[in-house]
Design a protein around this ligand. Structure first.
Ligand SMILES: Cc1ncc(C[n+]2csc(CCOP(=O)(O)OP(=O)(O)O)c2C)c(N)n1
Ligand code: SF4
Ligand SMILES: [Mg+2]
Length: 284
């Protein structure tokens, strides 16, 4: 009995030594942002939504604006964003997010207000709200996840669906003659005087993940200037409805999606508007 206790003691001393080694050898390089609720997300494996949620909440944490931020969730796969983002959230009817965000920002002008919307939500049913909100130059940030399909409702064609792309409502591929062309909503709204910052990013590589985070940081900081609307398009993926593995979607995204939706800034603020604002350099 005495011998057993002695062995246990030795093991526990060893474990302690090992623990000290681990603490000394490794540096903590990543932690879940405290602004992201610690729970399982319902997104399919490999879906861009979860990565963008994480980046968004890292931005809110780094800017220290958790109690000053209000998000508007869409209808679409990210309809439950309010379950994951630990900030004030409001749900909007399909397509109406930017109209709801307009009301919130006007009543609470010192809050950081953003919408988070898919392509069906923002570029189909919500086209009018999107254009008019940006044309008014509402001082909000719009985050647009373009995955080229209506993900939540099982992969119908969206305005952003690529030419020739098969979806449940274009089973032979999108025929642009009868179904229209892929809508480059980022380029369209960049023409509006109320658009202050328009950029297109992706989260398909570590480099692009970092660029997306910088774009989101800038888009939030620009609300301090009250000069217009910031719009961050993230070219996403939808493994389930593209009927591909997550890895296959990365190839499709790189080889097909980015040809039609090239990454980069579409409209940048004038340098004189950014005097005294500490912005993130090297976004694209
Ligand atoms: C007024 C209204 N019309 C249609 C629907 C059905 N609906 C729910 S989600 C959705 C499309 C979602 O696609 P998207 O916005 O691209 O988001 P994703 O799921 O791809 O992220 C549609 C048409 C609805 N909920 N409400
Ligand atoms: S259906 Fe598509 S967009 Fe929706 S969670 Fe799954 S992969 Fe993501
Ligand atoms: Mg979509």
């Amino acid at each position: 009995m005495q011998e057993e206790t002695l062995i246990n003691k030795e093991i526990s001393e060893d474990a302690k030594t090992e623990q000290v080694c681990i603490e000394e050898e490794y540096e903590l390089v990543y932690e879940r942002p405290y602004t992201l609720v610690d729970r399982h997300m319902h997104y399919c494996p490999g879906c861009a939504h979860s990565t963008v949620h994480k980046l968004l909440m890292e931005v809110v944490q780094e800017l220290d604006i958790q109690d000053k931020t209000v998000g508007v969730a869409p209808v679409g796969c990210s309809v439950f964003a309010y379950d994951y983002l630990d900030i004030d959230m409001q749900e909007a009817a399909h397509g109406r997010a930017t109209a709801v965000a307009t009301g919130i920002k006007r009543i609470l002008p010192h809050r950081y207000v953003f919408t988070y919307q898919g392509d069906g939500d923002l570029a189909a049913i919500g086209t009018a709200e999107t254009i008019h909100t940006i044309n008014r130059g509402e001082n909000i940030t719009i985050i647009f996840i373009n995955n080229a399909v209506y993900g939540m409702t099982s992969g119908q064609m969206a305005p952003t669906t690529l030419s020739g792309m098969k979806t449940t409502t274009s089973p032979y591929g999108r025929d642009t003659k009868t179904m229209g062309h892929p809508l480059k909503i980022g380029n369209l709204i960049a023409q509006l005087p109320g658009a202050f910052y328009v950029t297109r990013t992706a989260v398909n590589s570590p480099l692009n993940v970092r660029k997306t985070k910088k774009a989101l940081l800038n888009a939030f900081k620009y609300q301090q200037l009250d000069k217009g609307t910031s719009f961050v398009e993230v070219v996403g993926n939808c493994p389930s409805n593209w009927k591909m593995t997550p890895l296959q979607t990365q190839d499709f995204l790189t080889n097909e999606m980015l040809k039609v939706y090239p990454l980069g800034d579409i409209k940048l603020p004038a340098p004189e508007d950014l005097v005294n604002l500490d912005i993130e350099e090297g976004v694209v």
